[in-house]
Design a protein around this ligand. Structure first.
Ligand code: HEC
Length: 420
């Protein structure tokens, strides 16, 4: 009887699918979704590129993956899907959870299949530009510095792909690139000359602590793990001779023994003509800029929202697109400062349908990235866009604040990559 029971157990065990192992199941996941940051010298605080390293962090990995904290991706569910969403599927999360309990190594000679790549990056580089001089971060932990680079092309071009290559990746937290049109090029040049160091101090954007005095065009944002952008569907952003590129660097040197000199590079893919012209256009309420975005102290849920057809505003800002028949939403880059808590962008159709384009339920100032839509969404005449920002100003030392460029002030902008 005992022999029979034992035989039954052995048979059962043989029928059980083997549990996940590091080499067959976990490593392909970590390689595809974690190791770009979790590698020695990378932006993340520890490496995850060996079995020993993964075993040492097994419970933390399971927890971070289960909760969705890792890999970092801040867009919540919406009525659209995004390109290059690195989030793990429920089945992948379950594999990680099961492996974290056993931490079985498996056979290195039988590696599991690699995950399909997320894509991204530029396919070739036509023009590289670099900060004119190296710069060593001066303030710790954070230094926000803008560098001005003259655009060297002598004919009008379209930027179809862009990348940033930080000089010292471990001390760069994020980079935002802006195009300053030729007619405003003298402003950043003058700001650059205000002190002896390269560049000028700036926090929320290319203006530093000055009031916004002309329209700027966002180009892209680099965050850790970013491989560069090829604009979707054959599109490009126009750039004219005489323009300036402003590179806003957020250095974070926390934990560094001593800050190192950085000379970040930008790479561009260019074309003379494009299938569709693209432009980043800001959706915001001009009344906010005029001081009507009051955020009282001691309030955890201050909402500012704006519902409008933004096309006349786009035209006022000198949009290169003819949006009289509507436009396509291709990508969104949301912008708030550190009191930001929740950011939303909705398309409200003339027929009362509401389409959630972007929802960032737990805004994190340090992870501002662009969300490219898998399919463009059409804004038609009669439709409206709603941008909605919720701020938390309940910290013990909070003071009332309002719209502004300083770190103690706030913003609420949905930058929309649009095409005609
Ligand atoms: C884009 C870069 C990036 C990617 C990709 C990434 N991480 Fe991280 N990870 C970080 C950074 C930066 C930190 C430290 C700061 C923080 O906690 O946000 C971190 C912290 C962690 C932590 C400790 C803190 C916590 O929240 O539990 C764990 C565990 C972790 N990562 C696991 C993973 C795993 C597993 C993956 C892949 C599924 C992954 N990470 C992908 C950048 C990344």
């Amino acid at each position: 009887m005992r022999t029979l029971a034992l035989a039954l157990l052995v048979t059962l065990a043989a029928c059980q699918p083997p549990g996940p192992t590091y080499h067959q199941d976990l490593k392909p996941l970590l390689d595809a979704r974690c190791v770009n940051c979790h590698v020695s010298g990378g932006i993340a605080p520890f490496a995850l590129d060996t079995w020993e390293a993964a075993v040492a962090k097994a419970p933390a990995i399971a927890d971070a993956v289960q909760s969705g904290r890792m890999p970092p991706w801040h867009a919540g569910p919406a009525d659209v899907t995004y390109l290059r969403n690195p989030s793990l599927t429920d089945a992948q999360k379950a594999t990680v959870a099961a492996w974290a309990l056993s931490t079985v190594e498996g056979d290195a000679k039988k590696p599991g299949a690699a995950l399909p790549p997320l894509g991204g990056g530029v396919d070739h580089v036509d023009r590289s530009l670099q900060m004119a001089e190296p710069y060593t971060p001066q303030t710790s932990p954070d230094d926000y510095r803008c560098f001005v680079v003259r655009w060297p092309e002598t004919t009008t071009k379209y930027i179809t792909g862009v990348n940033a290559v930080p000089g010292v990746p471990t001390q760069v937290h994020h980079i935002a690139l802006y195009v300053i049109p030729p007619e405003a090029a003298m402003f950043p040049v003058a700001w650059d000359a205000e002190d002896a160091l390269p560049g000028y101090s700036c926090f929320g954007g290319p203006f530093g602590n000055r009031p916004q005095q002309f329209a700027v065009n966002v180009l892209t944002a680099w965050i850790p793990g970013y491989q560069g952008t090829t604009f979707p569907r054959g599109g490009g952003i126009q750039i004219d001779p005489g323009a300036m590129v402003v590179m806003q660097m957020h250095y974070n040197v926390q934990g560094a023994a001593s800050p190192q000199a950085d000379q970040t590079q930008m790479q561009f893919t260019l074309a003379d003509t494009v299938e569709r012209r693209l432009a980043y256009q800001p959706m915001l309420d001009v009344a906010w800029v005029a001081g009507q975005m009051k955020i009282p102290a001691a309030q955890p849920d201050v909402v500012h929202q704006y519902l409008a057809d933004p096309r006349s505003f786009f035209t006022t800002l000198g949009s290169p697109l003819d949006t009289s028949n509507g436009f396509n939403l291709e990508a969104v880059m949301f912008h708030m400062h550190t009191l930001g808590k929740h950011g939303e962008l909705w398309l409200e159709k003339a027929d009362r349908r509401r389409i959630k384009i972007l929802d960032i339920p737990a805004w994190d100032f340090h992870w501002q990235n662009e969300y490219q839509l898998a399919e463009p969404v059409r804004f038609e005449p009669g439709d409206k866009l709603r941008v909605k920002c919720t701020f938390d100003n309940s910290a013990a030392n909070a003071v009332e604040t309002n719209w502004g460029e300083n770190s103690t002030e706030e913003m609420c902008v949905a930058n929309i990559l649009s095409s005609q």
